[in-house]
Design a binder for this molecule. Sequence first.
Ligand SMILES: *[C@@H]1O[C@H](CO)[C@@H](O)[C@H](O)[C@H]1NC(C)=O
Ligand SMILES: *[C@@H]1O[C@H](CO)[C@@H](O)[C@H](O)[C@H]1NC(C)=O
Ligand SMILES: *[C@@H]1O[C@H](CO)[C@@H](O)[C@H](O)[C@H]1NC(C)=O
Length: 410
Amino acid sequence: MRSKAVILFLVLGAFTAYYVYSPIPDDIEERWKLMLTDCFFRSLSHLADFSELLGLKDYMGVMMFVTFAERVVPESDEKVQVADELFDGVDVVVYQPKHRRGAGEKRRAIIYLHGGGWCLGSSRMGPYDLLARQMVTELNAVVVSVEYRLAPAHHFPIPFEDVYRVIKYFLRLDVLEQYEVDPGRVAVSGDSAGGNLAAAVAQQLQLDPEQRIKLKVQALIYPVLQALDLNTPSYQQNQHMPILPRTLMVRFWSQYFTSDKSLYWAMLANGHNGPESAAFLKFVNWSAFLPESYSQAYNYSAPPIGGSESSEPLDNLSHSLTDPRASPLLVPDALLRSLPKAYILTCEYDVLRDDGVMYVTRLRQAGVDVTHQHYPVGFHGALMFTMWPTDFKIAQRMINNYILWLQQNL
Ligand SMILES: *[C@@H]1O[C@H](CO)[C@@H](O)[C@H](O)[C@H]1NC(C)=O
Ligand SMILES: *[C@@H]1O[C@H](CO)[C@@H](O)[C@H](O)[C@H]1NC(C)=O
Ligand SMILES: *[C@@H]1O[C@H](CO)[C@@H](O)[C@H](O)[C@H]1NC(C)=O
Protein backbone atom coordinates (compact mmCIF):
# COMPACT_ATOMS: atom_id res chain seq x y z
CA MET A 1 0.00 0.00 0.00
CA ARG A 2 2.66 2.39 1.13
CA SER A 3 4.95 1.61 -1.81
CA LYS A 4 2.09 2.08 -4.26
CA ALA A 5 1.52 5.54 -2.87
CA VAL A 6 5.21 6.30 -3.20
CA ILE A 7 5.21 5.14 -6.80
CA LEU A 8 2.15 7.18 -7.57
CA PHE A 9 3.80 10.18 -5.96
CA LEU A 10 6.96 9.67 -8.01
CA VAL A 11 5.04 9.28 -11.25
CA LEU A 12 2.99 12.37 -10.54
CA GLY A 13 6.14 14.26 -9.60
CA ALA A 14 7.90 13.20 -12.77
CA PHE A 15 4.89 14.11 -14.84
CA THR A 16 4.65 17.52 -13.18
CA ALA A 17 8.36 18.16 -13.62
CA TYR A 18 8.09 17.18 -17.26
CA TYR A 19 5.12 19.44 -17.72
CA VAL A 20 6.57 22.40 -15.87
CA TYR A 21 9.98 22.05 -17.41
CA SER A 22 10.37 23.99 -20.58
CA PRO A 23 13.64 24.51 -22.39
CA ILE A 24 14.35 28.01 -21.18
CA PRO A 25 17.78 29.36 -22.10
CA ASP A 26 20.32 29.32 -19.26
CA ASP A 27 20.99 33.02 -19.39
CA ILE A 28 17.40 34.02 -18.62
CA GLU A 29 17.13 35.35 -15.07
CA GLU A 30 14.77 33.81 -12.52
CA ARG A 31 14.43 30.75 -14.72
CA TRP A 32 12.31 28.66 -12.41
CA LYS A 33 9.87 31.43 -11.81
CA LEU A 34 9.53 31.89 -15.55
CA MET A 35 9.07 28.15 -16.03
CA LEU A 36 6.22 28.12 -13.52
CA THR A 37 4.66 31.20 -15.05
CA ASP A 38 4.92 29.65 -18.49
CA CYS A 39 3.47 26.41 -17.16
CA PHE A 40 0.42 28.35 -16.01
CA PHE A 41 0.01 29.94 -19.45
CA ARG A 42 0.50 26.62 -21.25
CA SER A 43 -2.02 24.90 -19.00
CA LEU A 44 -4.53 27.63 -19.64
CA SER A 45 -3.88 27.34 -23.36
CA HIS A 46 -4.46 23.58 -23.27
CA LEU A 47 -7.63 24.10 -21.28
CA ALA A 48 -8.75 26.66 -23.84
CA ASP A 49 -8.08 24.24 -26.70
CA PHE A 50 -9.99 21.53 -24.88
CA SER A 51 -12.90 23.83 -24.16
CA GLU A 52 -13.07 24.84 -27.81
CA LEU A 53 -12.91 21.22 -28.87
CA LEU A 54 -15.86 20.39 -26.62
CA GLY A 55 -17.72 23.37 -27.96
CA LEU A 56 -17.96 24.99 -24.51
CA LYS A 57 -16.20 28.29 -24.99
CA ASP A 58 -13.87 29.37 -27.77
CA TYR A 59 -10.12 29.54 -27.24
CA MET A 60 -9.80 33.29 -26.77
CA GLY A 61 -12.82 33.31 -24.48
CA VAL A 62 -10.96 31.02 -22.07
CA MET A 63 -7.68 32.90 -22.45
CA MET A 64 -9.48 36.07 -21.38
CA PHE A 65 -9.25 34.59 -17.87
CA VAL A 66 -5.80 36.19 -17.57
CA THR A 67 -7.27 39.58 -18.35
CA PHE A 68 -10.07 39.17 -15.82
CA ALA A 69 -7.76 37.78 -13.16
CA GLU A 70 -5.60 40.90 -13.31
CA ARG A 71 -8.43 43.34 -13.66
CA VAL A 72 -8.53 46.36 -11.38
CA VAL A 73 -10.76 49.37 -11.02
CA PRO A 74 -8.41 52.30 -11.64
CA GLU A 75 -8.94 54.85 -8.89
CA SER A 76 -7.46 58.19 -7.98
CA ASP A 77 -4.78 58.22 -5.30
CA GLU A 78 -2.88 61.01 -3.57
CA LYS A 79 -0.73 61.73 -6.61
CA VAL A 80 -2.78 60.62 -9.61
CA GLN A 81 -6.26 61.58 -10.68
CA VAL A 82 -7.99 58.86 -12.71
CA ALA A 83 -11.14 59.08 -14.78
CA ASP A 84 -13.03 56.87 -17.22
CA GLU A 85 -13.94 58.88 -20.28
CA LEU A 86 -15.16 58.50 -23.83
CA PHE A 87 -12.99 59.99 -26.57
CA ASP A 88 -15.12 60.16 -29.71
CA GLY A 89 -17.13 57.22 -28.40
CA VAL A 90 -14.11 55.09 -27.44
CA ASP A 91 -13.59 54.02 -23.83
CA VAL A 92 -10.35 55.41 -22.33
CA VAL A 93 -8.85 55.72 -18.87
CA VAL A 94 -7.22 59.13 -18.33
CA TYR A 95 -4.50 59.44 -15.70
CA GLN A 96 -3.35 62.93 -14.70
CA PRO A 97 -1.01 64.39 -12.09
CA LYS A 98 -3.07 65.66 -9.17
CA HIS A 99 -0.81 68.56 -8.36
CA ARG A 100 0.22 71.27 -10.79
CA ARG A 101 3.96 71.81 -10.86
CA GLY A 102 3.81 75.45 -11.99
CA ALA A 103 1.01 77.79 -12.95
CA GLY A 104 0.23 77.55 -16.65
CA GLU A 105 2.92 74.92 -17.23
CA LYS A 106 1.85 72.52 -19.97
CA ARG A 107 2.33 68.83 -19.54
CA ARG A 108 3.46 65.94 -21.67
CA ALA A 109 1.00 63.28 -22.79
CA ILE A 110 1.30 59.60 -23.69
CA ILE A 111 -1.40 57.69 -25.48
CA TYR A 112 -0.84 54.13 -24.31
CA LEU A 113 -2.06 50.99 -26.10
CA HIS A 114 -2.03 47.73 -24.17
CA GLY A 115 -0.87 44.40 -25.58
CA GLY A 116 -2.63 41.03 -25.85
CA GLY A 117 -2.57 40.11 -29.53
CA TRP A 118 -5.58 42.34 -30.39
CA CYS A 119 -7.67 39.60 -28.72
CA LEU A 120 -6.81 39.85 -25.02
CA GLY A 121 -5.80 42.42 -22.45
CA SER A 122 -7.23 45.63 -21.10
CA SER A 123 -6.03 49.03 -20.00
CA ARG A 124 -7.64 48.10 -16.68
CA MET A 125 -5.16 45.34 -15.80
CA GLY A 126 -2.99 45.80 -12.72
CA PRO A 127 0.35 46.01 -14.55
CA TYR A 128 -0.92 48.63 -17.06
CA ASP A 129 -2.52 50.62 -14.27
CA LEU A 130 0.79 50.61 -12.35
CA LEU A 131 2.75 51.59 -15.45
CA ALA A 132 0.40 54.48 -16.19
CA ARG A 133 0.76 55.81 -12.63
CA GLN A 134 4.53 55.57 -12.79
CA MET A 135 4.53 57.53 -16.06
CA VAL A 136 2.25 60.20 -14.60
CA THR A 137 4.38 60.76 -11.53
CA GLU A 138 7.84 60.47 -13.11
CA LEU A 139 7.08 62.36 -16.31
CA ASN A 140 4.47 64.81 -15.02
CA ALA A 141 2.40 63.51 -17.93
CA VAL A 142 -1.20 62.86 -18.82
CA VAL A 143 -1.63 59.20 -19.82
CA VAL A 144 -4.53 58.14 -22.00
CA SER A 145 -4.89 54.35 -21.82
CA VAL A 146 -7.15 53.16 -24.61
CA GLU A 147 -9.73 50.42 -24.18
CA TYR A 148 -10.02 49.60 -27.88
CA ARG A 149 -12.43 46.84 -28.87
CA LEU A 150 -10.93 43.38 -29.32
CA ALA A 151 -10.94 40.54 -31.85
CA PRO A 152 -12.42 38.04 -32.54
CA ALA A 153 -15.64 39.93 -31.73
CA HIS A 154 -14.21 42.93 -33.57
CA HIS A 155 -11.81 42.01 -36.35
CA PHE A 156 -9.32 44.29 -38.09
CA PRO A 157 -9.63 47.20 -38.73
CA ILE A 158 -11.88 47.95 -35.74
CA PRO A 159 -9.18 47.88 -33.02
CA PHE A 160 -7.02 50.13 -35.22
CA GLU A 161 -9.92 52.46 -35.95
CA ASP A 162 -10.80 52.83 -32.27
CA VAL A 163 -7.25 53.87 -31.50
CA TYR A 164 -7.13 56.22 -34.46
CA ARG A 165 -10.32 57.93 -33.35
CA VAL A 166 -8.88 58.49 -29.89
CA ILE A 167 -5.68 59.98 -31.29
CA LYS A 168 -7.53 62.27 -33.70
CA TYR A 169 -9.78 63.44 -30.89
CA PHE A 170 -6.97 64.02 -28.43
CA LEU A 171 -4.74 65.87 -30.92
CA ARG A 172 -7.15 68.79 -31.14
CA LEU A 173 -6.09 72.13 -29.67
CA ASP A 174 -9.22 72.49 -27.57
CA VAL A 175 -8.90 68.99 -26.11
CA LEU A 176 -5.18 69.35 -25.39
CA GLU A 177 -5.97 72.68 -23.75
CA GLN A 178 -8.57 71.05 -21.53
CA TYR A 179 -5.96 68.59 -20.24
CA GLU A 180 -3.24 71.24 -20.11
CA VAL A 181 -1.09 69.30 -22.54
CA ASP A 182 1.68 70.87 -24.63
CA PRO A 183 0.75 70.11 -28.29
CA GLY A 184 4.44 69.66 -29.07
CA ARG A 185 4.91 66.90 -26.49
CA VAL A 186 2.53 64.06 -27.26
CA ALA A 187 3.69 60.45 -27.63
CA VAL A 188 2.05 57.27 -28.76
CA SER A 189 3.25 54.06 -27.20
CA GLY A 190 2.30 50.45 -26.67
CA ASP A 191 3.58 46.94 -26.10
CA SER A 192 3.24 43.93 -28.41
CA ALA A 193 -0.06 44.31 -30.31
CA GLY A 194 -0.25 47.78 -28.72
CA GLY A 195 3.12 48.52 -30.33
CA ASN A 196 1.63 47.42 -33.63
CA LEU A 197 -1.28 49.83 -33.21
CA ALA A 198 1.07 52.62 -32.10
CA ALA A 199 3.30 52.21 -35.17
CA ALA A 200 0.26 52.04 -37.43
CA VAL A 201 -1.45 55.15 -36.10
CA ALA A 202 1.84 57.10 -36.22
CA GLN A 203 2.05 56.28 -39.94
CA GLN A 204 -1.57 57.02 -40.75
CA LEU A 205 -1.42 60.40 -38.99
CA GLN A 206 1.44 61.43 -41.28
CA LEU A 207 -0.71 60.58 -44.29
CA ASP A 208 -3.63 62.65 -43.08
CA PRO A 209 -3.45 66.05 -44.82
CA GLU A 210 -5.78 67.65 -42.28
CA GLN A 211 -3.75 66.64 -39.27
CA ARG A 212 -2.04 69.77 -37.94
CA ILE A 213 -0.78 68.64 -34.55
CA LYS A 214 1.80 65.87 -34.86
CA LEU A 215 3.17 63.29 -32.47
CA LYS A 216 6.57 64.08 -31.04
CA VAL A 217 7.68 60.49 -30.51
CA GLN A 218 6.59 56.88 -30.83
CA ALA A 219 7.74 54.27 -28.32
CA LEU A 220 7.27 50.67 -29.41
CA ILE A 221 7.79 47.85 -26.94
CA TYR A 222 8.43 44.46 -28.58
CA PRO A 223 5.96 45.40 -31.34
CA VAL A 224 4.27 43.08 -33.87
CA LEU A 225 4.90 44.67 -37.25
CA GLN A 226 4.18 42.31 -40.12
CA ALA A 227 1.96 39.37 -41.03
CA LEU A 228 3.63 38.24 -44.26
CA ASP A 229 6.58 36.22 -43.01
CA LEU A 230 5.95 34.20 -39.87
CA ASN A 231 9.22 32.29 -40.28
CA THR A 232 11.81 34.96 -39.61
CA PRO A 233 14.89 33.72 -37.71
CA SER A 234 13.34 34.90 -34.44
CA TYR A 235 10.10 33.03 -35.17
CA GLN A 236 12.22 29.93 -35.79
CA GLN A 237 14.61 30.39 -32.88
CA ASN A 238 11.91 31.22 -30.33
CA GLN A 239 8.99 29.13 -31.48
CA HIS A 240 8.74 27.39 -28.09
CA MET A 241 9.70 30.29 -25.86
CA PRO A 242 7.57 31.10 -22.83
CA ILE A 243 4.59 33.44 -22.86
CA LEU A 244 4.36 33.84 -26.63
CA PRO A 245 5.09 30.61 -28.53
CA ARG A 246 4.81 30.84 -32.31
CA THR A 247 1.47 29.01 -32.34
CA LEU A 248 -0.09 31.64 -30.09
CA MET A 249 1.24 34.52 -32.19
CA VAL A 250 -0.16 32.81 -35.29
CA ARG A 251 -3.46 32.45 -33.52
CA PHE A 252 -3.50 36.15 -32.65
CA TRP A 253 -2.68 37.17 -36.22
CA SER A 254 -5.29 34.94 -37.78
CA GLN A 255 -8.01 35.92 -35.31
CA TYR A 256 -7.23 39.59 -35.81
CA PHE A 257 -8.36 39.11 -39.40
CA THR A 258 -10.96 36.38 -39.27
CA SER A 259 -12.58 33.62 -37.24
CA ASP A 260 -12.10 31.29 -40.22
CA LYS A 261 -9.75 28.56 -38.97
CA SER A 262 -8.20 28.02 -42.39
CA LEU A 263 -6.17 31.19 -42.03
CA TYR A 264 -4.66 29.81 -38.81
CA TRP A 265 -3.54 26.62 -40.53
CA ALA A 266 -2.20 28.50 -43.53
CA MET A 267 -0.26 30.93 -41.33
CA LEU A 268 1.12 28.10 -39.24
CA ALA A 269 2.70 26.72 -42.43
CA ASN A 270 3.68 30.25 -43.54
CA GLY A 271 1.66 29.52 -46.67
CA HIS A 272 -0.95 32.23 -46.29
CA ASN A 273 0.33 34.70 -48.85
CA GLY A 274 -1.62 35.26 -52.04
CA PRO A 275 -0.59 37.11 -55.20
CA GLU A 276 -1.29 40.44 -53.46
CA SER A 277 1.65 39.88 -51.14
CA ALA A 278 4.25 39.57 -53.89
CA ALA A 279 4.91 43.29 -54.18
CA PHE A 280 5.30 43.67 -50.40
CA LEU A 281 7.69 40.85 -49.55
CA LYS A 282 10.67 43.09 -50.22
CA PHE A 283 9.71 45.15 -47.15
CA VAL A 284 10.08 42.16 -44.83
CA ASN A 285 13.09 40.52 -46.47
CA TRP A 286 15.04 39.63 -43.37
CA SER A 287 18.16 38.68 -45.25
CA ALA A 288 18.38 42.35 -46.19
CA PHE A 289 17.24 43.99 -42.93
CA LEU A 290 18.66 41.87 -40.12
CA PRO A 291 22.25 42.06 -38.91
CA GLU A 292 24.30 39.08 -40.06
CA SER A 293 24.53 37.77 -36.53
CA TYR A 294 20.81 36.99 -36.72
CA SER A 295 20.42 35.98 -40.35
CA GLN A 296 23.54 33.92 -41.06
CA ALA A 297 22.43 30.79 -39.20
CA TYR A 298 19.27 30.65 -41.31
CA ASN A 299 18.83 30.41 -45.08
CA TYR A 300 16.49 32.99 -46.47
CA SER A 301 13.68 31.87 -48.67
CA ALA A 302 10.80 34.17 -49.40
CA PRO A 303 7.41 32.93 -48.17
CA PRO A 304 5.65 31.11 -51.02
CA ILE A 305 2.94 32.91 -52.94
CA GLY A 306 -0.15 30.73 -53.21
CA GLY A 307 -2.33 30.56 -56.28
CA SER A 308 -5.71 32.17 -55.88
CA GLU A 309 -7.65 28.91 -55.95
CA SER A 310 -5.42 27.23 -53.36
CA SER A 311 -6.20 29.89 -50.77
CA GLU A 312 -9.83 30.48 -51.61
CA PRO A 313 -11.16 31.44 -48.18
CA LEU A 314 -8.18 33.71 -47.76
CA ASP A 315 -8.69 35.68 -50.93
CA ASN A 316 -11.01 37.99 -49.18
CA LEU A 317 -8.31 38.72 -46.68
CA SER A 318 -5.42 39.44 -48.97
CA HIS A 319 -6.09 43.15 -48.78
CA SER A 320 -6.02 43.04 -45.01
CA LEU A 321 -2.79 41.03 -45.00
CA THR A 322 -0.96 43.70 -46.96
CA ASP A 323 -2.66 46.65 -45.27
CA PRO A 324 -0.04 48.75 -43.46
CA ARG A 325 -2.61 49.53 -40.77
CA ALA A 326 -2.15 45.87 -39.81
CA SER A 327 1.48 45.47 -40.90
CA PRO A 328 3.31 48.79 -40.52
CA LEU A 329 6.50 47.30 -41.98
CA LEU A 330 4.84 47.20 -45.40
CA VAL A 331 5.20 50.87 -46.26
CA PRO A 332 7.79 52.28 -48.68
CA ASP A 333 10.76 54.30 -47.42
CA ALA A 334 9.17 57.54 -48.61
CA LEU A 335 6.50 57.18 -45.95
CA LEU A 336 8.91 56.19 -43.22
CA ARG A 337 10.97 59.33 -43.75
CA SER A 338 8.45 61.69 -42.16
CA LEU A 339 7.78 59.58 -39.06
CA PRO A 340 8.42 60.85 -35.54
CA LYS A 341 11.49 59.91 -33.57
CA ALA A 342 11.24 56.32 -32.36
CA TYR A 343 12.12 54.14 -29.40
CA ILE A 344 12.06 50.42 -30.14
CA LEU A 345 12.52 47.76 -27.48
CA THR A 346 13.28 44.20 -28.56
CA CYS A 347 13.95 40.97 -26.67
CA GLU A 348 16.28 38.21 -27.76
CA TYR A 349 13.93 35.41 -26.73
CA ASP A 350 10.89 36.62 -28.61
CA VAL A 351 9.33 35.52 -31.90
CA LEU A 352 8.78 39.22 -32.61
CA ARG A 353 12.43 40.22 -32.18
CA ASP A 354 13.02 40.44 -35.93
CA ASP A 355 9.88 42.49 -36.60
CA GLY A 356 11.31 45.15 -34.28
CA VAL A 357 14.88 44.85 -35.55
CA MET A 358 13.76 45.13 -39.19
CA TYR A 359 11.78 48.27 -38.37
CA VAL A 360 14.87 49.74 -36.66
CA THR A 361 16.91 49.10 -39.83
CA ARG A 362 14.27 50.44 -42.18
CA LEU A 363 13.53 53.56 -40.14
CA ARG A 364 17.23 54.36 -39.81
CA GLN A 365 17.79 53.85 -43.54
CA ALA A 366 14.97 56.32 -44.11
CA GLY A 367 16.69 58.85 -41.84
CA VAL A 368 14.47 58.57 -38.75
CA ASP A 369 16.14 58.97 -35.36
CA VAL A 370 15.74 55.61 -33.61
CA THR A 371 16.83 54.46 -30.15
CA HIS A 372 17.01 50.68 -30.16
CA GLN A 373 17.15 48.98 -26.77
CA HIS A 374 17.72 45.27 -27.13
CA TYR A 375 17.49 42.98 -24.10
CA PRO A 376 19.79 39.99 -24.67
CA VAL A 377 18.06 38.04 -21.87
CA GLY A 378 14.61 39.49 -22.46
CA PHE A 379 11.49 37.48 -23.23
CA HIS A 380 8.19 38.58 -24.72
CA GLY A 381 5.74 40.22 -22.37
CA ALA A 382 8.38 40.86 -19.69
CA LEU A 383 7.28 44.45 -19.10
CA MET A 384 3.95 43.21 -17.76
CA PHE A 385 5.50 41.12 -14.99
CA THR A 386 5.62 43.71 -12.27
CA MET A 387 3.21 42.20 -9.76
CA TRP A 388 3.63 39.46 -7.22
CA PRO A 389 3.83 36.46 -7.66
CA THR A 390 4.89 36.94 -11.27
CA ASP A 391 7.24 39.85 -10.70
CA PHE A 392 10.50 39.73 -12.62
CA LYS A 393 13.50 41.99 -12.11
CA ILE A 394 13.83 42.53 -15.84
CA ALA A 395 10.39 44.16 -15.96
CA GLN A 396 11.43 47.01 -13.70
CA ARG A 397 14.68 47.49 -15.64
CA MET A 398 12.71 47.73 -18.87
CA ILE A 399 10.23 50.18 -17.42
CA ASN A 400 12.93 52.39 -15.93
CA ASN A 401 14.86 52.56 -19.21
CA TYR A 402 11.69 53.23 -21.17
CA ILE A 403 10.59 56.03 -18.85
CA LEU A 404 14.10 57.49 -18.89
CA TRP A 405 13.97 57.64 -22.67
CA LEU A 406 10.62 59.42 -22.53
CA GLN A 407 12.05 61.79 -19.92
CA GLN A 408 14.84 62.74 -22.31
CA ASN A 409 12.94 62.75 -25.59
CA LEU A 410 9.34 63.72 -24.97
C1 LIG B 1 16.18 39.56 -50.21
O1 LIG B 1 17.40 40.24 -49.96
C2 LIG B 1 18.54 39.59 -50.48
C3 LIG B 1 19.77 40.35 -49.99
O2 LIG B 1 19.60 41.73 -50.12
C4 LIG B 1 18.43 39.51 -51.99
O3 LIG B 1 19.55 38.82 -52.52
C5 LIG B 1 17.14 38.78 -52.36
O4 LIG B 1 16.96 38.79 -53.75
C6 LIG B 1 15.94 39.42 -51.68
N1 LIG B 1 14.76 38.59 -51.92
C7 LIG B 1 13.54 39.11 -52.06
C8 LIG B 1 12.44 38.15 -52.30
O5 LIG B 1 13.31 40.31 -52.00
C1 LIG C 1 21.61 26.52 -45.21
O1 LIG C 1 22.11 26.10 -46.45
C2 LIG C 1 23.38 25.44 -46.37
C3 LIG C 1 23.87 25.17 -47.80
O2 LIG C 1 22.85 24.70 -48.60
C4 LIG C 1 23.23 24.16 -45.55
O3 LIG C 1 24.45 23.52 -45.43
C5 LIG C 1 22.71 24.55 -44.15
O4 LIG C 1 22.47 23.37 -43.41
C6 LIG C 1 21.43 25.34 -44.26
N1 LIG C 1 21.08 25.83 -42.93
C7 LIG C 1 19.83 25.75 -42.43
C8 LIG C 1 19.64 26.28 -41.04
O5 LIG C 1 18.89 25.28 -43.05
C1 LIG D 1 -15.73 38.43 -47.98
O1 LIG D 1 -16.03 39.80 -48.18
C2 LIG D 1 -17.41 40.07 -48.28
C3 LIG D 1 -17.60 41.54 -48.62
O2 LIG D 1 -16.73 42.36 -47.89
C4 LIG D 1 -18.09 39.67 -46.97
O3 LIG D 1 -19.48 39.90 -47.06
C5 LIG D 1 -17.84 38.20 -46.69
O4 LIG D 1 -18.39 37.85 -45.45
C6 LIG D 1 -16.36 37.91 -46.70
N1 LIG D 1 -16.12 36.47 -46.56
C7 LIG D 1 -15.29 35.96 -45.68
C8 LIG D 1 -15.13 34.48 -45.71
O5 LIG D 1 -14.65 36.63 -44.88
